[in-house]
Write a new protein. Structure first.
Length: 325
């Protein structure tokens, strides 16, 4: 049995990010603070200068890093703490793309370490809301060479060779480093990723940023990082109620979908990791011992690694459950 501490289900203050492509959906759908161009809500972050702050209970006001320093493996798990120390390894976001995001990609661990002293960026998306004809860009239509890619880029015809992927609510995607991608206009999604803010932007629709200037492109940095093959990014799964549906299993994180229509107990006694719940529909009561928190659509809760059992009660909740395998 894991030893118990005074930890409990932790909420954190969302860190809202204004973006040139952002909108108002995070406020309208989830009740986040209002803003005309809010593109991202960083729900749980250990990124430098963007450290999450506890919002609830006796630990309110404490930062995520200070909690890891104090509680160590009790908060994040023995293996996780041994590997990452006080660096929280994952970043959780809700994203509102009112306009198309830039066409971009992310480096792998090796490149990110050597170039930026950073983790790479492996990520996944779960679609929460779509407007008519919403689509993602995921990889290339066909395998191409670097020379063919550079030619299209120089001609400003890069979109001719990119693969558009229509999306609907409930679709999920795994984005490996090197995959050229973009979130299209009219999409709200949950994003789970390694703790990294390194992005190589290769095309930005020739539009100015919020400050009126064109955003920097990273053509040279991207060349070595790009995967020039087609991408098989869509995750296949079958919905079922009141048991874990595996969406994505990687060395960095595992994501399950929980469709909760009654009381469900989740046994984490054999799991050496924190668990994060992102509610993507409905609402649920999250109970640990004698402590409970309500989570509703657009909210995120961290379950400390020291907790063996969590009870979820709902008639209509859909929750993403994420942990380090």
């Amino acid at each position: 049995m894991k030893s118990k501490t005074s930890l409990y289900p932790l909420r954190f203050r969302p860190i809202l990010k204004e973006k040139v492509w952002g909108g108002t959906k995070l406020s309208e759908l989830f009740g986040k603070d209002k803003g005309d161009k809010i593109g991202e809500s960083w729900e749980l972050s250990g990124v430098e200068n963007n450290i999450s702050i506890v919002l609830n209970g006796s630990l309110s006001g404490n930062s995520l890093v200070s909690l890891i320093d104090e509680y160590k493996e009790q908060l994040v798990g023995t293996k996780v703490y041994k590997r990452f120390g006080s660096k929280f390894p994952l970043l959780f976001k809700f994203i509102d793309a009112s306009e198309d995001l830039s066409v971009q990609l992310h480096p792998n661990d090796s490149l990110a370490k050597s170039r930026h002293n950073s983790f790479g960026k492996t990520e996944m998306w779960y679609i929460l809301h779509t407007e008519k004809d919403a689509r993602l860009i995921l990889g290339f239509k066909n395998d191409i060479t670097e020379a063919e890619y550079l030619e299209k880029l120089s001609e400003k015809k890069i979109t001719d060779i990119l693969h558009p992927e229509p999306v609907k609510v409930g679709d999920a995607f795994f984005i490996e480093p090197g995959t050229v991608h973009a979130i299209g206009a009219g999409i709200v999604l949950a994003e789970i990723q390694q703790t990294s803010d390194v992005t190589y932007r290769i095309y930005d629709w020739d539009r100015p940023d919020i400050d009126g200037e064109l955003r920097e492109l990273h053509t040279d940095l991207a060349r070595e990082a790009i995967d020039y093959k087609t991408a098989d990014a869509k995750l296949k799964y079958t919905n079922k109620s009141n048991s874990a549906i595996q969406l994505c299993s990687t060395a960095y994180f595992e994501t399950n979908k929980l469709v909760v229509t009654r009381t469900v107990e989740r046994d984490y006694s054999n799991l050496d990791s924190f668990v994060v719940y992102m509610c993507v529909d409905g609402k649920a009561n999250v109970e640990i011992m004698n402590t409970s928190e309500e989570i509703k659509k657009g909210e995120t809760i961290l379950i400390p690694a020291c907790e063996d059992m969590v009870r979820l009660t709902s008639s209509n909740a859909t929750i993403l459950e994420i942990y380090i395998p």
